[in-house]
Ligand binder design. Structure first.
Ligand code: AMP
Length: 195
């Protein structure tokens, strides 16, 4: 199974992806995690994106597309994957279409986690407070000012993908404001209908 989880920062993509990993035995491919690992390791890619990520802007399409193209070639992605945080622009979505077509693969579904923008910042603030209470380090881009820019990037550059995938009849919209369990059930129902 090959899926995309679409939604703004704080929509719960990571949480839902982890559940799908356990249920379907497929891998979660988070471009944010891959880029953060590259920054931490100080690779050439990491050095190129460090400052961009710290400001909450999107990294260049070609760079992110190359990372995903390499990653889906790995043996563990053979059974399927959940793309979390990719694609984020129309150019990335088009590149993904080409990438999949070249390999004779297709997307089973694009799940949009629909959330109310007004409550997102509160939700992220409470997620951060919980992480802090557990003694976990916060992501530097969860700072409120940077988060604002990450949300702007989502509304300006990623929201057009909702129509992109709707017109290709693969979009499933789920209410991301419901409790985690309810969202997970709705995602599963959407996927049952997609297969
Ligand atoms: P995330 O963990 O998905 O919120 O991503 C954190 C940051 O990584 C984003 O704010 C971007 O700077 C960068 N990033 C992650 N995925 C992408 C992508 N598909 N395209 C461009 N930049 C990305």
């Amino acid at each position: 199974m090959r899926l995309i989880l679409l939604g703004p920062p704080g929509a719960g993509k990571g949480t839902q992806a982890q559940r799908l990993v356990r249920k379907y035995g497929i891998v979660q491919l988070s471009t944010g995690d891959m880029l953060r690992a590259a920054v931490k390791a100080g690779t050439p890619v990491g050095r190129r994106v460090k400052d961009i990520m710290e400001t909450g802007k999107l990294c260049p399409d070609d760079l992110v597309v190359d990372i995903v193209a390499d990653r889906i070639e790995q043996p563990d992605a053979g059974k399927g994957f959940i793309l979390d945080g990719f694609p984020r622009t129309t150019a990335q979505a088009q590149a993904l279409d080409r990438m999949l077509a070249e390999r004779g693969l297709k997307l089973d579904a694009v799940i949009e986690l629909n959330v109310d923008p007004a409550v997102l910042c509160d939700r992220i603030a409470s997620r951060n407070a919980q992480a802090k209470a557990r003694g976990e380090a916060l992501r530097s881009d969860d700072d409120p000012e940077i988060l604002k820019r990450r949300l702007e990037a989502y509304w300006n550059q990623t929201v057009p993908l909702i129509d992109y995938y709707r017109s290709r009849r693969v979009l499933k919209t789920v209410d991301g404001m419901a409790p985690i369990e309810t969202v997970a059930n709705a995602v599963e129902d959407a996927l049952d209908g997609a297969r």
